[in-house]
Write a protein that binds this ligand. Structure first.
Ligand SMILES: [Fe+2]
Ligand SMILES: [Fe+2]
Length: 154
């Protein structure tokens, strides 16, 4: 993700998590705009909607990786944060697919429809995993209320 450098936003942890959840909703709307533009064969609008999404996604990922993931790893260690690390490893493929869809918006209608649908599905899957699994675990860690998993000493 080259280009402009994004720095982690300085927010209280739980406020950051709330903001990240709000941004998921905003990005879902953005992807819905991409889909409806593509369905109307309005490729200029589709690619405009994607370009608007780009800086939001990049800032969002920086906060998730530098703040949420860092907290999980520092409190739990890499091994016990394994599943959450996997969720965050989806950022790169999602971002790459976003770039592919931007390129397709000016090239191939059929592929654009298929790939934007794939992007939408991947994104839904990713944000559900974050909201249901990663963020609650991170907030527990932040509050210090997380108990060691069953069978885990300490
Ligand atoms: Fe994410
Ligand atoms: Fe996210």
């Amino acid at each position: 993700m080259a280009g402009r450098t994004y720095l982690p936003r300085k927010l209280e942890f739980e406020d950051l998590v709330k903001l990240l959840v709000q941004e998921h909703a905003g990005m879902h709307e953005g992807l819905a705009r991409v889909r409806s533009a593509a369905e109307k064969h309005d490729f200029q609008q589709a690619s405009k909607a994607l370009r608007e999404l780009d800086p939001v996604f990049r800032q969002h990922v920086v906060d998730e990786e530098s703040t949420v993931l860092r907290l999980l790893i520092s409190k739990l260690g890499v091994k016990r944060a394994q599943e959450e690390i996997k969720v965050f490893q989806q950022h790169r493929p999602i971002y790459n697919l976003m770039q592919t869809v931007i390129e397709l918006a000016s090239k191939s209608e059929g592929e654009l429809m298929a790939e934007q649908a794939r992007l939408g599905a991947l994104f839904v899957h990713h944000t559900v995993a974050e909201e249901e699994q990663v963020f609650p675990k991170a907030v527990d860690c932040y509050r210090g209320t997380r108990r060691p998993e069953a069978g885990t000493p300490g």
